[in-house]
Design a protein around this ligand. Structure first.
Ligand code: GYE
Length: 356
């Protein structure tokens, strides 16, 4: 039982005891019975106050967020901050770890000390969580993983996980490129030179997207991965790495950026190098997330396609917490259904209907 569950259980026993103290004990003399009645009334009043205090008590959620490295991340933070509000019965303690695991570990320890009811973790990298999550488990605080996953030999260290299926996203990018090359009527043996701007190395979003794309690359013998390097999921690093790729290789056909912001940086670098990109240009650019600015880049003709990844995990995590509060079981691993967008679609319309 969670700490919060245990607390509620103990209170329920107390309430029952308060209600019971006025009853039983055989027949009473009239005065005695009056006194007992009034004390019972008083006690049931106390019980009521206790009950309403409980009703007013907020569910305290500590969120160990990765940082503020991308548009996706900003939308994700906003999703949590607008969901976990007092009007919905929550108190949110938000921590921005500035992309550092050690900061997230410290934040989790602080949450444990503050005796929060739930810990939500968006793990910056996959490994190295067992010790601190064991501490949360020992303290009876359920941990919900959101956005990215972890590698652990003990699945009981987290209660649920909600995120994108990153391998599938990588494969979707690969399939999109296969179709696009066919559409362009390229010769089957024509060499396709690719560079990849990777996310934070060791983040499940990076690992999954890299591996998923590699699965499709393996099926296309004419695809040639020239280089892969991290751009840390940021626009400035993406630009920097793309600048160096353009200096090293003069025959890049495709850039796969493992998020939109790195693609924006890459597009700037391509233009600064006097090259062109997008559906009408020399270099094809594919990215992940599909934030609104990616739609603008596709509409402007700079970006070819963006593979969707939803940042709107606030309500999804709230639903999990509500189920746990009711003692219901939750699905352990929940992948969000995702799609992709490219310049063949009615992007203005789609963009106007999107929340991020
Ligand atoms: O793609 C990127 C962000 O973990 C899915 O992290 C997330 C990724 C997202 O910085 O933009």
């Amino acid at each position: 039982m969670s700490k919060r569950g245990l607390g509620l259980f103990v209170s329920a026993i107390m309430l029952t005891m308060l209600a019971l103290t006025g009853c039983g004990g055989g027949a009473k003399a009239p005065e005695e019975s009056k006194a007992v009645e009034s004390s019972a009334e008083q006690k049931s009043e106390e019980a009521k106050t206790e009950e309403s205090k409980q009703a007013k008590e907020k569910i305290v959620v500590g969120y160990a967020q990765v940082g503020a490295e991308s548009d996706w991340r900003t939308a994700n933070t906003e999703s949590f901050k607008s969901t976990f509000v007092p009007e919905n019965g929550y108190e949110l303690i938000f921590n921005d770890a500035q992309q550092k695991q050690e900061n997230q570990i410290k934040a989790i320890r602080d949450f444990i000390q503050q005796e929060v009811d739930y810990i939500v973790l968006a793990p910056v990298v996959e490994t190295g969580w067992d010790t601190v999550l064991q501490e949360a488990k020992d303290a009876g605080i359920p941990v919900i993983l959101s956005d990215r996953m972890i590698k652990t030999s003990d699945d009981s260290l987290y209660t649920a996980l909600v995120c994108g299926d990153f391998i599938k996203e990588g494969e979707t990018a690969g399939h999109w490129l296969e179709d696009y090359i066919k559409l362009k009527g390229k010769n089957h043996d024509e060499k396709i030179n690719i560079v990849t701007l990777q996310g934070t190395i060791g983040a499940s979003a990076q690992v999954g997207r890299t591996d998923g794309f590699a699965n499709i690359l393996a099926k296309n013998s004419n695809w040639n991965m020239l280089a892969k390097q991290t751009g840390e999921f940021t626009q400035s690093k993406g630009q920097e790495v793309m600048e160096s790729f353009l200096k090293q290789f003069d025959d890049i056909d495709v850039v796969v950026a493992e998020n939109d912001n790195m693609a924006f940086g890459a597009i700037d670098a391509i233009k600064a190098a006097g090259k062109t990109c997008g559906p009408e240009g020399e270099i094809t650019v594919i990215s992940y997330d599909a934030v609104k600015a990616a739609f603008d880049a596709m509409i402007a003709g700079d970006l070819n396609a963006s593979i969707e990844c939803s940042p709107l995990h606030g309500p999804r995590v709230a639903e999990i917490i509500q189920k746990l509060e009711k003692g219901e079981t939750v699905e352990k691993i929940q992948y969000v259904d995702e799609s992709y967008f490219d310049t063949s679609m009615d992007l203005e319309k789609i963009k106007s209907e999107r929340a991020y």
